[in-house]
Ligand binder design. Sequence first.
Ligand code: GRG
Length: 307
Amino acid sequence: MSGQHSGEAKPGEEENAASRPTELRRDIDAVIDQAIGTSPSRHQRLADAMRYAALGAGKRFRAMLVIAVSDLLGARRGGALRVAAAIECVHAQSLVHDDLPCMDDDDLRRGKPTLHRAFDEATAVLAGDALLALAFEILSDPRTHPEAAVRGDLVLKLARTMGQDGLAGGQMLDLFPGDQISSEAMILCEMRKTGALIRYCVEAAAILAGCDDGQRRKLMSFAEKLGLMFQIRDDILDMSGDEKLVGKGLRKDTAQGKNTATACLGLEDANLSAAHLERDCHEALIGFGSQASALHDLAAFAFQRMH
Ligand code: GRG
């Protein structure tokens, strides 16, 4: 992922899956690939499109976050990997639909043609739909957690994360910001379209592990700051990043009149805001000690990322 997340555990620190990104990437791909399956009775083009969107590329930031929190809280690794894979399916769907001509109309994603360019629009819509359905299938499978109540909670919270108060609602605010560019409206949009899924990564790991209220409050505070910071950094990269590194077309937000952090605050203040949020992330983790080092690394990565 980056220098801070190089795959080496620091001496004296317990190694966890989030500190071994290559291994984690392989494990997540294996869960998604197996869940897509190979049934000959299914439409091969749909399965191919789902694999094109969900396997191989991407930083797997959300998966790493799930694993880092579940390692911190002592959740079972197999279940955490399945939750991480389900979240990466939702994330992949959101990118596929975001890139469609009726939304942001993008040609490049993760360094390759967007799904509707590589396949066709109808396939991209359906592959996105099927990836969402697959996420719920993965979560509600007893292999994710033996207790039905835990699986039910995971499903309920994901449904809320995706709906009007989450990704779909955030994307509406992104596409139809109204006349007024304000920082309140910008923050609401960013918290929903991006923050909600990052928040769910932490919430889902806490649900899996069954942590106490005090730990949950600190972790959710961390998650909210992290999600907003991740999107502000995305806005900054859209304005000042390198297209080759980021792997998608940039400098479209301003042209499209989007209510982004950079449009609202300017580049310098957007950077300052991201820096404050990074500091808040680290502060929220005080109390977990060195056991939360993978989470500190992820916050540092989210702030410093160039892709
Ligand atoms: C889920 C029901 C439902 C609807 C989706 C299309 C849509 C509604 C929402 C789009 C939300 C969106 C694309 C927000 C941007 C999130 C974001 C910062 C994406 C980039 O994440 P990275 O940098 O990407 O982690 P990689 O490629 O590394 O995984």
